[in-house]
Design a protein around this ligand. Structure first.
Ligand code: E4P
Length: 220
């Protein structure tokens, strides 16, 4: 499974990308607003750091406006992916852009039917929101399982981005459910590598090392 970072924060992206574990970045208008910076500046900087797909979202509600924004944003960098809302207008824009060879990510997907429509319209990526479904008492992970089965059954080429990921368990389940990608908030990423037994294990090894006669010379 690939890992995308779900953030517009450059410092966060730099810190985590240096580990070689980041395959792409997703942003949305809320994440961009949190940074208090010009949209294009943020996306330009992300695209310069990250080699993989970087999703930048349009804000128009009509297809004409979406396409206008998309064509402008697509010029910013070769790894740009245009993020479009899961609406009738969004589907039309997705289909047009896919015919032009511009990569798309259809976002705010909450049902298998929505995911199927986006895939049929030619979306490069589809983004089902796991956490927001859990928030209203619906099993968000079931949507990932359903979508993976649907895409495989009909040979549809879109990749599933498990979005609205809130915890480590979501990441584990998304991987098992066959999500191609999980997009993860920067603040959650350290939980992927941290474990209390790793920390206490290191502490014990270092304590024991102190009792090894040549330890001090050996490390100097
Ligand atoms: C996905 O592309 C979205 O940016 C994101 O995952 C939304 O997550 P949230 O529900 O935590 O806002």
């Amino acid at each position: 499974m690939k890992f995308f970072l779900d953030t517009g924060n450059i410092e966060e992206i730099k810190r985590i990308a240096r580990l070689g574990i980041v395959d792409g970045v997703t942003t949305n208008p809320s994440l961009i607003a949190k940074e208090g910076r010009v949209f294009k500046d943020v996306i330009d900087e992300i695209c310069a750091i990250i080699d993989g797909p970087v999703s930048a979202e349009v804000v128009s509600l009509d297809a004409e406006g979406m396409l206008k924004e998309a064509h402008e944003i697509a010029k910013w960098a070769p790894n740009i992916v245009i993020k479009l809302p899961m609406t009738e207008e969004g589907l039309y824009a997705c289909n047009q852009l896919s015919k032009e060879g511009i990569k798309t990510n259809v976002t705010l997907i909450f049902t298998p039917a929505q995911g199927l429509m986006a895939a049929k319209a030619g979306a490069t990526f589809i983004s089902p929101f796991v956490g927001r479904l859990d928030d209203i008492g619906i099993d968000g992970m079931q949507l990932i399982r359903d979508l993976r089965q649907i895409l495989d059954t009909y040979g549809l080429e879109s990749e599933i981005i498990a979005a609205s990921i809130r915890n480590l368990e979501h990441v584990r389940e998304a991987a098992l459910a066959g999500a191609h990608i999980s997009t993860i908030p920067g603040t959650l990423v350290p939980t992927l590598w941290k474990h209390p037994l790793t920390d206490s294990g290191i502490e014990r090894f270092l304590k024991d090392w102190e009792t090894v006669p040549q330890a001090k010379e050996a490390v100097k």
